[in-house]
Design a protein around this ligand. Structure first.
Ligand code: KIV
Length: 270
């Protein structure tokens, strides 16, 4: 299992791979494939739970998914995404919520959607032994403030603010930084300025690693953002398997003899 320290070393040598997973079978596939980090993202809210945004995701909810993922993962580093308002309101609650992911659910680190309000908290968590992955640029928990999911860091002032926050979180002890939906040249500059690895999503090719939502990557999502890439077509595969199942039941070709057993010792009951 890579540790947060290994990732820092890997960053100079080969790109870090990270994918989300929310359940045990998906985590097992992602882990067997050799991904470095599994993020139990709060994207579970819109990807798997049918919510429009990540805002309704709760601590109990994410804990449930982190537990499922950790029980099925042998090698990847597991990062638990802290849900909206589960951190940053009250320090004690923030630490207990994050600590629960490590103590009870098997994560090795947490991710915080970051801003000026998470610098001290990141420092406190790092001091206590809770490794923090910071997240800057587009932070989807701010959807109601943004009014959507706009690109971030597109003017000089905003770009400088993101760089300053990135440096402040590194200084505070974050072990890595997700950069979401920012210009690729800004991501490249931040990557060059930091010693900790950057992991991009919609942030161009110059980050130290990349992350995608697994449902988008394998082609299970009905919709995915323009910066994502579909590497398979699981949705089509599933649909075709389900169509075949319906046809087989309707045509009575399933179940066949090999899918049933007859007990010769049973007397007729009816
Ligand atoms: O929740 C999530 O899946 C994320 C990634 C997209 C970075 O935060």
């Amino acid at each position: 299992m890579p540790t947060v320290r290994d990732l820092r070393e890997q960053a100079g040598d080969e790109p870090i791979t990270m994918l989300t997973a929310y359940d045990a079978p998906t985590a097992a596939i992602v882990d067997d494939a050799g991904v470095d980090i599994i993020l139990v993202g709060d994207s579970v809210g819109n990807v798997s739970l049918g919510h429009e945004t990540t805002v309704p995701v709760t601590v109990d909810g994410i804990a449930h998914h982190v537990g499922a993922v950790s029980r099925a993962t042998d090698d990847a580093l597991i990062v638990a995404d802290m849900p909206f308002l589960s951190f940053g309101v009250d320090e004690k609650d923030s630490l207990e919520n994050a600590g629960r992911m490590l103590k009870e659910e098997g994560a090795q680190a947490v991710k915080l959607e970051s801003g000026p309000h998470t610098i001290e908290l990141t420092e406190k968590m790092a001091q206590l032994g809770i490794p923090v992955m910071a997240h800057l640029g587009l932070t989807p928990q701010h959807v109601n403030q943004y009014g959507g999911y706009p690109r971030q860091g597109t003017d000089q002032e905003a770009a400088e603010r993101i760089l300053e926050l990135a440096l402040a979180h590194e200084e505070a002890g974050a072990f890595s930084l997700v950069l979401e939906h920012v210009p690729s040249n800004l991501a490249a500059e931040i990557t060059a300025a930091l010693e900790i690895p950057t992991i991009g999503i919609g942030a161009g090719p110059d980050c130290d690693g990349q992350v995608l939502v697994v449902n988008d990557a394998v082609g299970l999502s009905e919709w995915s953002p323009s910066f994502s890439k579909q590497f398979g077509n699981v949705r089509e595969e599933m649909k075709s398997a389900i169509d075949d199942y319906i046809s087989a039941v309707e045509s009575e070709s399933f179940p066949a003899a090999e899918h049933s057993h007859e007990e010769s010792d049973l007397d007729e009951l009816y």
